[in-house]
Design a protein around this ligand. Structure first.
Ligand code: PEP
Length: 256
């Protein structure tokens, strides 16, 4: 199986204005050396309003830090007030975009069909979608997480070719672990991340499945990242709260 480069992605959610973003990126860049940034792919996902600032810093100082957005429109462009297209994001140098975050699924009623359309819009513009899946507490309490996540995965990736699937990232984020301080155990994370890869292999072949990076997300901190990363099917983390502190996020990126 090919080695998958670890990916740490910081989801800032609706936090940090462009001045605060500027400061955080500078601190992050100062805390990580070239080898660390080469060994572990480091990505930030700020609010849209920070992207131009992040681009200016990354380009100006040739930083080995990637960036992207937390959502995008499924539409190419036109009369969609308040929406942001894939083309607008790539014009700012974005390489990643989150689709189907549980907060979008919950507060904006995004279903798998919409997440699928967004993933397709991203791929059509050469943006790498980070497709989020994950069960709520009710499903976890009935031990239904594997079947539930498999269903979300099938729906969210419907109609994609193996070539497209090979390029994307899947993030397993159990809803009960997001922002709650309740991290899944490494075994919990492995169970579902392994099932995700197995499902990708069933649908698209093992070679494709082996290329896909599967992240864990949910209360990841510097203190628990190493144990989570020790799991064979966990290739990185989607980090919320802990990514708002430059030193904490840098420590997460330095996990090896
Ligand atoms: C997230 O929202 O993607 C997330 C994992 O949040 P937190 O790390 O704060 O639980």
């Amino acid at each position: 199986t090919p080695a998958r480069r670890p990916l740490m992605a910081g989801n800032w959610k609706m936090n940090l204005n462009h001045r605060e973003a500027n400061l955080l990126i500078q601190k992050l860049a100062a805390s990580l050396n070239e080898k660390q940034l080469t060994d572990v792919e480091t990505v930030v996902l700020p609010p849209y309003t920070d992207l131009r600032t992040v681009q200016t810093l990354v380009d100006g100082d040739k930083l080995l830090i990637g960036y992207g957005a937390q959502d995008l429109s499924p539409h190419k462009g036109g009369a969609y007030t308040g929406e942001i297209s894939a083309a607008l994001l790539t014009a700012l140098g974005c390489t990643y975009v989150v689709v189907g975050h549980s907060e979008r699924r919950t507060y904006h009623h995004e279903d798998d069909a919409l997440v699928n359309a967004k993933a397709k819009a991203a791929l059509a513009s050469e943006l790498t979608p980070i497709v989020c899946v994950g069960e709520g507490l009710d499903i976890r309490e009935q031990d239904g997480q594997v079947a539930y996540v498999r269903g979300q995965l099938d729906g969210s990736l419907a109609g994609l070719t193996a070539e497209q699937v090979a390029k994307l990232v899947v993030a397993y984020e159990p809803v009960w672990a997001i922002g709650t301080g309740k991290t899944a155990t490494p075994e919990n994370a492995q169970e579902v991340c392994g099932a995700i890869r197995q499902r990708l292999a069933e649908v698209h072949g093992q070679e494709t499945a082996d290329q896909v990076r599967v992240l864990y997300g949910g209360s990841v901190k510097a203190a628990n990242i190493a144990a989570i990363m020790a799991q064979p099917d966990v290739d990185g983390a989607l980090v919320g709260g802990a990514s708002l502190d430059a030193e904490e996020f840098a420590q997460i990126c330095r996990f090896p």
